[in-house]
Design a protein around this ligand. Structure first.
Ligand code: GLP
Length: 264
């Protein structure tokens, strides 16, 4: 696993956006006709990365015309046009600002008549698209990736998940602080869906993520902290800022600062 420790969240966003843009451009330059397949998260962490990707797009440095996206998750039962649905989030903060064709965007439908069929269809669609080239993600305070809460199976696939009280409380900030307005269940890709991507890049910023980062890097591979799944990936990258790295051992911190010194 690679760990890049930047000074600020802004530096994390710039590094992550450039990395994504480079992967998309390299894919196009390789002569590959199949679209580049990008997995995407919601949450506050990736917002700055989306802003930077929009900036790169406006500067003519990256095009999403031949990119297909699959979002990680969506609340169950929240209308698609609700301001806090992940559909609304993605269009507002990213898709409507770049040149991605509407039909290339895939987001789970949390209002599907049969949620099991919806989840199975999503996995099938990823396969038909040729698999995910790069999955971008954030991490919850308790180490969850997408909505794979602690003790989710490391071999899990897209399915319905109940949210923990911690996650409901954390996400209440998007619902005026009212936990009763936060949906209790969500559809989410599984840990194995994320780890099946050819590359996985997880972002973590702020002191609130320090414990999740510490477990993800130094903890044992375990379903208790689903972020540890990244340790088993051949191309796993964790991009963090300094406050998110504060729980790491000094030796770990120094090791990654040293080995990535040319890339920071
Ligand atoms: C939710 C999302 C995750 C996200 C997490 C952290 O649980 N399902 O994908 O990583 O929140 O969000 P934030 O970046 O706002 O801290």
């Amino acid at each position: 696993m690679r760990l890049l420790i930047h000074n600020t969240p802004a530096e994390v966003a710039v590094w992550a956006a450039r990395h994504i843009a480079k992967r998309i451009s390299d894919h196009a330059a390789s002569g590959e006709v199949r679209p580049f397949v990008l997995g995407l998260p919601t949450g506050s962490t990736p917002l700055a990365t989306y802003a930077e990707l929009i900036r790169l797009h406006e500067a003519g440095k990256v095009s999403f015309a031949n990119v297909v996206t699959f979002n990680m998750d969506e609340y169950v039962g929240l209308p698609e046009d609700h301001p806090e649905s992940y559909h609304s989030f993605m269009w507002k903060n990213f898709f409507s600002h770049v040149d991605i064709p509407h039909e290339n965007v895939n987001i789970l439908n949390g209002n599907a008549p049969d949620l099991t069929v919806e989840c199975a269809g999503y996995e099938a669609a990823i396969e038909v698209a040729g698999g995910i080239d790069l999955f971008l993600g954030g991490v919850g305070n308790d180490g969850h990736i997408a909505f794979n809460e602690p003790f989710s199976s490391m071999s899990s696939r897209t399915r319905v998940k109940s949210l923990t009280e911690d996650t409901i409380a954390a996400n209440a900030r998007f619902f005026g602080g009212d936990t009763s307005l936060v949906p209790r269940t969500a559809l989410t890709v599984g840990v194995a869906t994320i780890l099946s991507a050819r590359e996985v890049m997880i972002l973590a910023t702020g002191a609130g993520k320090a414990r999740a980062v510490q477990q993800g890097v130094e903890g044992a591979y375990s379903h208790v902290w689903t972020i540890t799944g990244l340790q088993a990936h051949q191309r796993g990258i964790l991009v963090v800022d300094d406050p998110a790295a504060t729980e790491l051992r000094v030796s770990t911190y120094r090791y990654f600062k040293d080995i990535e010194r040319e890339n920071l």
